[in-house]
Design a protein around this ligand. Sequence first.
Ligand code: FAD
Ligand code: NAD
Length: 474
Amino acid sequence: MTQEFDFDLAIVGAGVGGHGAALHAVKQGLKTAIIEAKDMGGTCVNRGCIPSKALLAASGRVRELQDRHHLHNLGISVGGVSFDRQAIADHALDLVSKIRNDLTGSLTRLQVETIHGWGKLLGPQKLSVLAEEGEKIVTARDIILSTGSTPFVPPGIQIDGKTVYTSDDAVKLNWLPDWVAIIGSGYIGLEFSDVYSALGCEITMIEALDNLMPGFDRDIARIAQRLLIEPRDIETHTGTLALKVTPGSPVVIELADAKTKDVKDVIEVDAALVATGRIPATKNLGLESVGVQTDRRGFIPVDDRMHVLLDGEPVPHLWAIGDATGKMMLAHAASAQGIAAIENILGNDRAIDYRSIPAAAFTHPEISYVGLNEEQAKALGTEAGFAVGSVRTYFKANSKALAEGEPDGIAKVIYRKESGEILGAHIIGIHASDLIQEAANAIAARQSVRDLAFTVHTHPTLSEVLDEAYKRAA
Ligand SMILES: Cc1cc2nc3c(=O)[nH]c(=O)nc-3n(C[C@H](O)[C@H](O)[C@H](O)COP(=O)(O)OP(=O)(O)OC[C@H]3O[C@@H](n4cnc5c(N)ncnc54)[C@H](O)[C@@H]3O)c2cc1C
Ligand SMILES: NC(=O)c1ccc[n+]([C@@H]2O[C@H](COP(=O)([O-])OP(=O)(O)OC[C@H]3O[C@@H](n4cnc5c(N)ncnc54)[C@H](O)[C@@H]3O)[C@@H](O)[C@H]2O)c1
């Protein structure tokens, strides 16, 4: 390190993005500080991935144990199933605290200096950290901004944190409303509909766009609707805005046509979960001190090497990663971006390949994907002059899925017809979140279905669902 700076690297935000970057930085010998205003571990650990997956795990078991038909087919019968809401909530809380402690401990062990307070750029290579004890000035040769995101609440929706709340409160599972409205059918809406329906709540799902789960491949979303919505106690309103939501007992929701904004119905429910997307936490970050402007939605402009951009050009020694960049709001994307930023700081050219980053919704059954959906692949094919192929295989034809009594689901593989290059894979079915990884690795290596068709998969495993797809496409 040159002596003119306090640190080689200062990271603002100790979420998974900042944490991943810090671990990689110290491994590479950089003297590193991490600045956190609130909870170590950020959204994923405290209010996101971790508590929500704990709730999904427990409620998923309740669902399975209550499914007499499924158990009967396996030769099992159980007596009545009961659960303790607070104990399920505690399982999530305990896990959060364990993982937050592990994460904090790993930083201490590796001698990353943790500074508590609000980080703000004062100019190139200089930060202020404001804490109750006062202001501290920190200089660093390189600075990474990893400030994450917060829930987006549309105008007209009033949050009280008790009857109308976002995922920040939903993960606490403070109560189980008899009738809950879920506004938004994206990841959070879908995962919480899985938790709430397993634990006996009646649900009304409100989605502004014309289709539920608009972020997923259309075929997969249709099957998801058949498996995750229709058989459950879930009423749906698509093309519908939750125009006005007033907390209380009952919660009053004005439903409007999403296109005309005309109010078409008013419903009264016990609670409403607002799951309408997330916005970047990039206010009061001092970006103006280096002349950088966020985009229209507040995201920090970056290139694929994670340089912060000013008029399209990299700002020297300034980097941004994670949800604050709005590229892919996922934990593993944030840490991958952090690692890429460190490599570039060290002079090792590394760009992020978003096409090979997988995503999953941890519903029962799970949904996962990587790369392009069919619509996107066809649009790219038309633009670049290539033909697109797609194949499907079915869990009901997979021996392991049948042995598990879990025959629902498909895998869909999308590829370039002439070269066989795999462009995207989409799975709905048991363990879809694990199965997608091999397709992600194949996309990262730009492999062809013709080569993949010769790779040998263990029998009998769920992975043969993809094996079968590669063979069909080859
Ligand atoms: C309910 C829910 C479930 C999710 N489930 C999954 C999942 O299963 N899988 C998955 O991949 N992703 C999931 N996500 C998304 C995932 O949580 C985010 O993509 C991830 O947390 C982003 O990491 P980050 O480091 O960019 O930001 P964050 O985790 O948001 O961390 C940013 C940190 O920066 C701090 N900060 C902000 N501004 C400042 C400042 N000026 N000074 C100091 N500190 C500051 C914040 O306090 C925060 O701790 C989920 C999200 C939610 C809400
Ligand atoms: N398993 C996971 O990886 C996971 C789980 C949860 C969250 N996340 C991340 O968190 C982010 C936020 O999740 P999310 O579900 O809030 O957002 P999302 O963008 O996935 O879905 C939001 C949905 O709300 C709808 N919507 C917006 N305003 C509306 C309104 N006024 N009335 C009705 N519908 C409206 C949108 O059309 C969209 O379908 C996601 O981008 C995701 O990356 C990931």
